[in-house]
Design a protein around this ligand. Structure first.
Ligand SMILES: CC(C)(COP(=O)(O)OP(=O)(O)OC[C@H]1O[C@@H](n2cnc3c(N)ncnc32)[C@H](O)[C@@H]1OP(=O)(O)O)[C@@H](O)C(=O)NCCC(=O)NCCS
Length: 262
């Protein structure tokens, strides 16, 4: 069996060719509980319900596309990108003899670079929204070993996270943490950490050996949060397409080993 056919800026390459079985019997989605953060607003973590659908999809899309600018700025630091700018400048200068046209050509290069980053994120969002996020209830709540939770604060969705079971051919069971996102106004209250704990707990109760996840280079807040939770970076790789590799689109894999494995 194969994993769900998700595209990917943040998923996919890691599991290529491992023959994963995603259908693990016997684990039900648990309801999580209530939390508070100092004197700040309280929130509770509960299972996803259909009335969350629209908001959850918006939070997911916003949480991914907000990284476009950071990712673009990162690629502006790459020497190969500057080599392309310089090449454009001199080729246009050589062929037209116009300094103005050469500068305009470089500005167009920069615009194209930004659009590439925008496309990478939007493409990923579009594919996810059409895949597992198109029928969240069916995908995550009607299959053993899968789950989807939301954090709720004052009646609104204040965060989300999903769990997907992964069976390796050697018998190792893991849970993949996915779709972690907290809207800006609810950040810094410990919601992501609480959602993380829910997934870790879910994996532990399901007898899994680890929780794994993938995140991309610009998602600095996310990797700080995962590292704070005890996740260790296991490896990094470039999404294997020419363009993503060229613009330096790197994926970081994280793993949290559960006590049975430690
Ligand atoms: C990453 C994200 C989920 C964090 O949500 P959050 O609810 O604000 O996180 P928490 O309040 O639980 O913070 C957890 C820890 O992360 C770190 N952290 C979070 N935001 C940070 C920031 N802006 N700067 C530095 N550290 C940060 C801190 O160490 C924090 O722990 P502390 O409060 O004990 O210092 C949120 O920023 C988000 O949704 N980002 C966009 C979507 C995304 O990148 N998702 C990850 C997909 S893999």
């Amino acid at each position: 069996m194969t994993r769900n056919p998700e595209p990917d800026i943040t998923e996919g390459a890691r599991n290529q060719g491992k023959g994963l079985n995603t259908n693990r019997p016997g684990q039900q989605c648990p309801v999580a509980g209530e939390h508070s953060h100092g004197n700040m607003s309280e929130y509770q973590i509960r299972l996803y319900k259909d009335s969350d659908y629209q908001r959850v999809r918006e939070i997911f899309a916003d949480g991914i596309t907000e990284h476009t600018a950071k990712s673009f700025h990162f690629s502006l630091r790459l020497p190969r990108i500057w080599a392309v700018f310089l090449l454009t400048f001199f080729v246009v200068l050589q062929t037209t003899g116009s300094l103005l046209l050469s500068i305009v050509a470089v500005i167009i290069d920069i615009g194209v670079l930004f659009l590439i980053h925008k496309y990478i994120y939007m493409h990923y969002v579009r594919r996810c929204l059409a895949d597992d996020m198109s029928d969240i209830h069916k995908y995550y709540l009607q299959r053993d070993g899968y789950c989807f939770w939301v954090a709720e604060s004052s009646g609104e969705v204040a965060g989300m996270v999903a769990a997907v079971p992964i069976h390796h051919p050697g018998g190792e069971k893991q849970v993949e943490l996915r779709r972690m996102s907290v809207p800006r106004k609810h950040r810094g209250k410990g919601i992501a950490k609480a959602l993380c704990r829910v997934v870790i707990d879910f994996a532990r109760k399901g007898g899994c050996e680890a929780v794994i996840l993938e995140t991309s280079y610009p998602q600095v807040d996310a990797w700080r949060m995962y590292e704070k939770m005890g996740f260790k970076r296991s490896r990094a790789f470039y999404v294997p397409t020419l363009i993503t590799r060229f613009v330096g689109f790197e994926i970081f894999c994280y793993q949290y080993d559960l006590p049975a494995k430690r």
